[in-house]
Structures are given as structure tokens and as C-alpha cells.
Write a protein that binds this ligand. Structure first.
Ligand SMILES: Nc1nc2c(ncn2[C@@H]2O[C@H](COP(=O)(O)OP(=O)(O)OP(=O)(O)O)[C@@H](O)[C@H]2O)c(=O)[nH]1
Ligand SMILES: [Zn+2]
Length: 219
């Protein structure tokens, strides 16, 4: 959704300072279409500098394609207008055991190199008086993944959002991901992967519960 110019809610104002994605105050002063036009021009300059011929049929549309991909797909989680609404339902089933949403597809982008981070997120919580629609767990993961990220902050942002939305500290998040910046350049290591986790409430204190979560996600 485009933001008209004017004050917009600051991204992550609901999160503690240290967990917020660093953004300028005027981050949403321009509409998505204005950003796509500007980024397209900047990316065209990069391609020119690399010596590419922008009159080539196959390359001509690339600057705009990349700009659109950045604004509308890869980085759409920067815009608070895209923050998913997480509605809770009364726990009529009286279900209070572990609920695990595992193997959530995760596409993110390394904020140091602007190349993909690809992996899976596993999240769990202990339902109290309310339960959440399952897809909302996936949506929360996707919202925070679709930003320039480091895996540690992504893990904690998802955990904090779920604690607030679900109204409980009993939340677990584990992310396993491959960083293309490690695989395709620099150390060029294609076999290592990165695991991060955050355990809140009873997951932090109850080792048996944590073990059960890890067993259920196959760890
Ligand atoms: N902690 C953390 N580091 C990350 C993540 N993604 C990438 N990095 C690291 O960020 C670091 C950036 O370090 P620099 O030394 O400035 O960059 P570089 O010269 O490209 O480093 P090399 O990758 O070692 O070639 C690298 O070590 C990356 O592996 C992440 O999600 N979390
Ligand atoms: Zn990187």
C-alpha cells in the first residue's frame, strides 16, 4: 500500500529501541511509486557503471524490475502499513499444550551485502485463554523477514511481536538459515548454516518444554 506524504507511524514503535530496524524519520515521506522511480534511476547508474548496455532488450527493464522487487517484495516489511493484524480467538477448545508452527519459509536479505538469507523459522507458544489463526504466525515471520536484516535481530523481532500479539511470554522462535553472503562470496562456504533462537516465559525456565519443542521441529 502506498503511503501518502505526511506523518506515518514510525516502523517498530511497538518494539524496544534496540530491536527496531534503523530507519530515517522521513522513511515513508515518499510513496512506493516515487521510491520505485528513484531506485530505478540509481540502479540504472550502477548497471551503466558496470559497463552494461541498457539498450539491450533483456537489460532495458532491469532497473525498474529491481526497484519494484525491492519496494514491493524484498523490503515491504519496512512499511508499517504492511504489518499483519494478528487477531486472537477465544480458546473454546481449552487447548493449552504446545502449539508449534514449523518449517515456515523464510526469505530475507542480509543488510551488510544485500544478498538473500534463505531458511526456515519455527515458532511455538502455549495458548492461554486465546488462540491465534495459524497463518498469522507465518505472516509475522514474513513481515520481519522482508527487510534488510541480521538474523539475530530478525529472531528477536519475531519473538517480541508474537509475545505482544499473543499476550503471553510463553513463546519460542528458532531460525535456521543460509546466508548467500557467506556461501557465494567472502569465505565461500556452502555447507555452514546459522541457527538462532529466543525462548521466552516457560520456554526459558522449563527445560523439558524446550526439549519437546526442539524434538517436534526435528532438532
Ligand atoms: N552477526 C551476523 N553477522 C552477519 C549476518 N549476515 C552477515 N553477517 C556478517 O557480517 C560481517 C560483515 O563483516 P565485514 O568484515 O565488514 O564484511 P566483509 O569484508 O564482506 O566480510 P567477509 O564476509 O568475511 O568477507 C560478515 O562477517 C558477515 O558474515 C547476520 O545475520 N548476523
Ligand atoms: Zn551478508
Amino acid at each position: 500500500m502506498d503511503n501518502p506524504s505526511g506523518p506515518a507511524p514510525a516502523t517498530d514503535s511497538h518494539l524496544p529501541m534496540g530491536l527496531r530496524t534503523p530507519l530515517r524519520d522521513d522513511a515513508f515521506a515518499r510513496s512506493d511509486d516515487e521510491k520505485i522511480s528513484a531506485i530505478s534511476g540509481h540502479f540504472e547508474a550502477i548497471m551503466r557503471e558496470l559497463g552494461l548496455d541498457l539498450t539491450d532488450d533483456s537489460l532495458a527493464g532491469t532497473p525498474r524490475r529491481v526497484a519494484k522487487m525491492f519496494v514491493k517484495e524484498w523490503f515491504k516489511g519496512l512499511d508499517p502499513a504492511n504489518r499483519p493484524e494478528v487477531r486472537m480467538f477465544e480458546n473454546r477448545y481449552d487447548y493449552h499444550q504446545l502449539l508449534v508452527e514449523r518449517d515456515i519459509t523464510l526469505f530475507s536479505c542480509c543488510e551488510h551485502h544485500f544478498v538473500p538469507i534463505i531458511g526456515k523459522a519455527h515458532v511455538a507458544y502455549l495458548p492461554g485463554e486465546h488462540v491465534v489463526g495459524l497463518s498469522k504466525l507465518n505472516r509475522v515471520v514474513q513481515y520481519y523477514a522482508r527487510r534488510p536484516q541480521v538474523q539475530e535481530r530478525l529472531t528477536r523481532q519475531i519473538s517480541e511481536e508474537l509475545k505482544q500479539s499473543l499476550g503471553t511470554d510463553d513463546v519460542a522462535v528458532l531460525i535456521e538459515a543460509d546466508h548467500l553472503c557467506v556461501m557465494s562470496r567472502g569465505v565461500n562456504d556452502t555447507s555452514s548454516s546459522t541457527l538462532t533462537s529466543e525462548y521466552g516465559g516457560r520456554f526459558a525456565t522449563d527445560e523439558a518444554l524446550r526439549r519437546e519443542f526442539l524434538r517436534q521441529i526435528g532438532k
